[in-house]
Design a protein around this ligand. Sequence first.
Ligand SMILES: NC(=O)c1ccc[n+]([C@@H]2O[C@H](COP(=O)([O-])OP(=O)(O)OC[C@H]3O[C@@H](n4cnc5c(N)ncnc54)[C@H](OP(=O)(O)O)[C@@H]3O)[C@@H](O)[C@H]2O)c1
Length: 259
Amino acid sequence: MNATNAPYTVLITGASSGIGYELAQRYLKQGARVFALARSEEKLAQMAEQYPQHCFAVKVDLSNAEDCVRAGNLIEQRVDYLDLAILNAGTCEYVDVNHLSREPFDKVMAINWQGTVNSLLFCVPLLRKKQSLTHRAQLVGISSMASILPMPRSQAYGASKVAMEYLFNSLRVDMGKEPIDITLVRPGFVKTPLTDRNDFAMPFAQTTAEAAESIMKGIGKRQWLVQFPWPLVWLMNSIACLPLRAQVWLLQKISRTSP
Ligand SMILES: NC(=O)c1ccc[n+]([C@@H]2O[C@H](COP(=O)([O-])OP(=O)(O)OC[C@H]3O[C@@H](n4cnc5c(N)ncnc54)[C@H](OP(=O)(O)O)[C@@H]3O)[C@@H](O)[C@H]2O)c1
């Protein structure tokens, strides 16, 4: 994992559940030092108890800027630099266009957008401190396949992921000369507490184990973009190549026939 003997240090936001939890467990099993961030203290404490030498639980509400400054200072006191930061924390709320309200937009943007920005503010300086000619630091953002098409009821969620992708891609432009690789991940459907709430069929849904394997493989190869599972990637990218009118027509057909 690291040619030197120093422990590889990973920070994962949203590590108390779903994809983030699975990633944290896997990096810990590989011997990495993991900063696990989320609001659910109990779930994080269990993980820290399991790996007392390697797992550092940080209770933080990432949508709260002040709480993030506190968490960032706490992390800085425990570590000189980060090798890898995975900004994964997020949520999904569907929009009912017949009863438009601010609520789903505010809820989703608070964590998927503002939470990502708040996390970047304390992660980037720590990634920059990784001074090594042979080993570059890495910043990873967990986006979604939803970012590539105007999916039904996803006006809030899709917009938050498109915003995140724009942010990460424009960071590539301004930070291109820095020794920090940037990776965006677009998972398809993954069975987690988040998607357990879905009331529709989830084509090609994967387990968190399958998702974590793809994500870690892509991170290991320092890919710019990690997308999975391949049947959904192929289908959605094919639709995305069509003119917008054709995309909308097709998505209207699909959403009218889904349960
Ligand atoms: N599951 C899918 O099908 C799927 C597909 C594409 C993309 N994704 C993306 O993958 C990421 C993880 O999703 P998941 O399915 O694993 O969801 P999940 O099981 O609900 O986990 C979400 C994580 O985010 C944390 N979180 C939420 N709000 C937070 C806040 N304000 N402050 C700190 N932590 C917060 C939660 O921790 P606490 O509640 O303890 O704070 C939890 O650990 C999300 O960004 C999601 O958009 C998921």
